[in-house]
Design a protein around this ligand. Structure first.
Ligand code: UTP
Length: 474
């Protein structure tokens, strides 16, 4: 049999070892290895191994000309109240016109949480134990009902969790959403390489592949046809959030309005860092462009630098992975071309693989590199990017770790604080500790109220008002 051309291409690229065991495989396994190989862009891998594995790559981020990025302060912090009000009106108009869709990236591996299953199926609410997916679904349903336009919801999965994610939605009848409004698509994968740039094999018939990072979502939105679905539906504003953050106002009229009124191609929310070394990306400017510098790339002196005017941190603006995209911008980024592409980042990892003799190796220190794209790296390519301030308690409490910071416990407590804040703002009396935490659990369904405004409206209509006590579910 003639050698498949793809094997020849791998040999020419110095990656022929991927097929070292090919002749020992049964035809089905040969095919699956060829399928893995067909996903790989050898030119891209060649370029990445040359740039990211070189000594210069270890030099760290370029900090020349770095400055904090400007952002729109909230009205109570000195921002322009009229501009914020105008933004809300514009955002509501965009929602009424059906221009907005929701987008959740759910392709991550969730290693830190250590939960067996797609992260979106993790239960998070205090009483009903609703899953992350259910919370988002109900928010999206409620927003659609409020503005008279059901929203499309795009969910990016990975190869590893795609089927399980779809099956979960089917099992729960799409949480009341129209089947045709929810769209799943897989993100791309990248092969892992060893420290010399050779592609690693997971087994004799499988390449060690992993998701290509949340930045891969831009390519995947294009490749999967999701952008075409949006164009057909008249959607040009895509509201991006991560699967691990149930507090997020995934569809926030005011944020949408800022994006629209500024003619922004990519907009972002910031929160003031809680302390200098908080592990969030920092919104900065460099050479007239907006960028996000990861905390690990920003020297401690800059993380801690004090602004002489405000007396607070100079690099204050933390990124919480909430963005809005113009769909044409996504298409432009996805198509790429000279100078328009998200860079890949290198992550050194312990990658179980097989050695040249076909023996399984379980490393105890990093033996290879995974390549990932980050969605915030699209910012420097966007026209008129706008960053607005939000309150942490209104938008950000992710479930990342099994315990400690950003864990199910902290997230549940933050939800409780939010529900109680809404109740108190509307005249209810609820006991709390100094941090705003009640001594008992209450829960507000997004279908009752998904943000301050919708809660206030629903509460006003509620008669008689319920007693606020343990187990209250609205
Ligand atoms: P994280 O950076 O927290 O990664 O993802 P993770 O994979 O979920 O968790 P760890 O690091 O293994 O513990 C932030 C968001 O980006 C999505 C995740 O699903 C989450 O919503 N993501 C991440 C993707 O969609 N694809 C990826 O390749 C990586």
């Amino acid at each position: 049999m003639a050698k498949p051309t793809i094997i020849e291409a791998f040999e020419r690229a110095g990656q022929g070892h991927v097929f070292a065991f090919f002749d020992q495989l049964v035809p089905a396994n040969q095919q699956s290895l060829l399928n893995d190989a067909a996903e790989i862009d050898l030119i891209e891998i060649g370029r990445l191994t040359k740039t990211l594995l070189s000594k210069d790559a270890a030099a760290g981020a370029n900090l020349a000309g770095l400055a904090p990025a400007p952002y729109e302060r909230r009205p109570e912090k000195g921002g322009d109240a009229k501009a914020w009000a105008a933004a809300k009106t514009a955002g509501e108009a965009a929602l009424c016109a059906g221009r907005v869709a929701a987008f959740t990236v759910a392709g991550g591996q969730g290693t830190r949480l250590g939960y067996d299953g797609p992260k979106g199926t993790f239960p998070v609410t205090p009483i009903k134990r609703k899953t992350l997916f259910q919370v988002f679904a109900e928010k999206i349903r409620a927003v659609g009902a409020r503005y008279g336009r059901p929203l499309h919801w795009f969910i990016m999965t990975s190869n590893a969790n795609h089927e399980a994610t779809e099956a979960f939605f089917v099992m729960h009848a799409f949480f009341g959403l129209e089947r045709g409004q929810v769209h799943f698509f897989r993100q791309g994968r990248m092969p892992a390489v060893d420290l010399q740039g050779k592609i690693l094999l997971e087994s004799k018939s499988a390449i060690a592949m992993s998701p290509d990072g949340h930045g891969g979502s831009l390519r995947a939105l294009d490749r999967s046809g999701a952008l075409d679905v949006m164009a057909k539906a008249g959607v040009d504003i895509l509201s991006y959030f991560q699967v691990d953050n149930p507090l997020v106002r995934g569809i926030d009229p005011t944020f949408i309005g800022w994006h629209v009124l500024r003619g922004s191609e990519m907009s972002s929310k910031m929160i003031p860092k809680a302390y200098a070394s908080e592990k969030v990306g920092h919104f900065c400017t460099q050479n007239g462009q907006t960028i996000v510098i990861e905390y690990s790339d920003l020297p401690k002196t800059l993380q801690e630098e004090i602004d002489p005017v405000t007396g607070g941190l100079r690099y204050l603006a933390g990124s919480i992975a909430i963005h809005i995209f113009d769909t044409k911008f996504i298409r432009r980024m996805a198509k790429g071309g000279e100078g328009v592409a998200l860079p890949f980042h290198r992550a050194d990892k312990k990658i179980p693989s097989i050695d040249a003799a076909g023996n399984v190796v379980t490393p105890d220190k990093p033996n290879g590199v995974k390549f990932e794209m980050f969605v915030f790296d699209a910012l420097p390519f966007a026209k008129n990017p706008v960053i607005i301030e939000t309150l942490r308690e209104d938008d950000f409490s992710p479930v990342k770790n099994a315990e400690g910071l950003d864990s199910p416990k902290t997230c549940t407590e933050d939800q409780l604080r939010q529900f109680v804040r809404w109740l108190k703002a509307n005249g209810a009396s609820v006991p709390t500790d100094a941090s705003g935490l009640p001594p008992f659990a209450v829960e507000v369904s997004p279908l009752f109220g998904y943000d301050e405004d919708s809660f206030a409206d629903a509460w006003k209509r509620l008669s008689p008002k319920p007693e606020i006590k343990a187990g209250l579910y609205l």
